[in-house]
Design a binder for this molecule. Structure first.
Ligand code: 5AD
Ligand code: SF4
Length: 447
């Protein structure tokens, strides 16, 4: 049987990676790819062409978790051809060595808190190692930093500022899969931002499970100060950040947005429920009223700031009245986007011991009602842009429609036509006059 370890040292090893889940995972994969390339591997686009197949997994909801096992099942036959499998990310951390029982052809199981040890794990693999694990969990104090991050977009890139989560919301698996909160120094974040600007990046997205808990280990900067400092890096035109936790969302963030023009006109502030009773059961550490107070700060900003949120419907014990509170919150806040989810019981979480009391059909019904109401709100919100001129960053092209795909500072899609003979370059900034609106996108003409 051919194996990876049987390859001559000089030959280039190949890998395939597929990423599931959130932006944190997408960015982790960029760092993992950089690490592998540094170790002499070459990335390929198909499982069949790779010696090492990596799945960077998500376990936020049951459906996401199932994807990796489906994928492994589809490709396990390749093991006999000498291919090796690595399961990374949240499912790896959550299931640990149980993955080897369920899928004995997997060679590496590693959670994100252990990626610093990937080079050693790869060496073990090449030496013929089996059942290699990185499952350090909540013990780790380190962040995963590498100068070799292989960013997939040359104009817009992520920077991690904080890893892990200490919030322990009753439904959420992340504190168990991503370990405890660890912030990077503002010095290293700013050095990375400057390096990116020098390489031609103009947009930076600061990432963390809970960016508002950012605590500079050098005690130099608060989150709002770090945000402003990144926004002041020469060459950076847009800065976004995600995800914010309402409990720690402080007024100085809005003041920073007011003071620094490059900080984008958008805040994603997941609320999860509009009912204070449910928020209490979820252990969210704020009430509906406290959440609305944060919203009022954001609405009082000098620029109009777009608001988006995450909602969970059907949390154990959510009554029709609680759900009505959630729907009424949509109207009160006037969000520009809502990511809605049906509650999914997750292993290890406190909510797993509460009865999953809402029937699946009822969850689906509530989610549909939520989306229907939100669609009406967005139809009105988006229509207000007609006649405005907004600056977009060019993301791509829809040649079938003869349109350029752009994104506004408020994070809205604005597709536009241009009378110029050639399309503006990807990553360039163009002023566009909005002529038409839909509930999820705008249409316009380059000015
Ligand atoms: N069930 C459903 N949705 C969940 N989320 C997190 N955990 C669960 C769960 N167990 C949602 C939250 C979070 C988003 C990333 O995923 O809304 O903000
Ligand atoms: Fe990201 Fe959460 Fe999924 Fe992990 S469980 S990959 S942190 S969305």
């Amino acid at each position: 049987m051919a194996s990876v370890s049987a390859q001559p040292e000089s030959s280039s090893r190949t890998f395939y990676i597929e990423t599931f889940g959130c932006q944190m995972n997408a960015h982790d994969s960029e760092k993992v790819i950089g690490t592998l390339v540094q170790q002499g591997y070459t990335q390929v686009e198909e499982e069949e062409a790779a010696e090492l197949i990596l799945y960077n997994t998500c376990s936020i909801r049951d459906k996401a978790e199932q994807k990796v096992f489906n994928r492994l099942n589809d490709y396990k036959k390749l093991y006999k051809q000498g291919k090796r499998f690595a399961v990374l990310g949240c499912v790896a951390q959550q299931e640990g060595e149980k993955i080897f029982e369920r899928a004995p052809y997997v060679s590496i199981v590693s959670g994100s808190a252990s990626y610093n040890r990937l080079p050693q794990m790869l060496t073990q693999l090449q030496a013929g190692g089996q059942r290699i694990t990185g499952l350090d969990d909540r013990q780790t104090e380190e962040t995963f930093e590498t100068e070799f991050t292989a960013r997939s977009n040359p104009h817009r890139g992520y920077i991690t500022i904080i890893e892990g989560c200490d919030k322990f919301c009753a439904y959420c698996v992340v504190p168990y899969t991503r370990g405890k909160e660890r912030s990077r120094t503002s010095t290293s974040v700013l050095a990375e931002a400057r390096k990116m600007a020098d390489a031609g990046y103009t947009e930076i997205q600061l990432l963390g499970q809970n960016v508002n808990s950012y605590l500079d280990p050098e005690e130099k900067k608060s989150f709002a100060e770090l945000l402003a400092a990144v926004g002041e890096v020469a060459g950076i035109r847009r800065v976004r950040f995600t995800t914010s936790h309402p409990r720690h969302f402080s007024r100085d963030i809005v003041e920073a947005i007011d003071a620094v023009p490059s900080l984008c006109d958008h805040v994603h502030l997941p609320v999860q429920s509009g009912s204070s009773r449910v928020l209490g059961m979820m252990n969210r550490e704020y009430s509906r009223e406290q959440y609305l107070e944060r919203i009022s700060w954001i609405k009082a900003a000098k620029r109009p700031i777009s608001l988006t949120t995450d909602m969970i419907v059907g949390f154990p014990g959510e009554t029709p009245e609680d759900f009505e509170d959630t729907v009424s919150l949509l109207g009160e806040v006037q969000y520009d986007g809502v990511f809605g989810f049906k509650y999914s019981p997750r292993p290890n979480t406190p909510a797993i011991s509460m009865a999953d009391s809402i029937a699946e059909e009822e969850k689906s019904l509530r989610l549909q009602l939520l989306f229907d109401r939100q669609r009406e709100i967005q139809r009105i919100n988006y229509a207000k842009h007609v006649g405005e001129t907004l600056e977009v960053m060019v993301e791509g092209y829809n040649s079938a429609r003869g349109q350029v795909i752009g994104r506004t500072s408020q994070n809205k899609t604005l597709n536009f036509t241009t009378s110029l003979p050639i399309y503006p370059a990807q990553g360039s900034y163009v002023p566009v006059r909005v002529t038409q609106s839909y509930p999820n996108s705008l249409v316009g003409e380059a000015v």
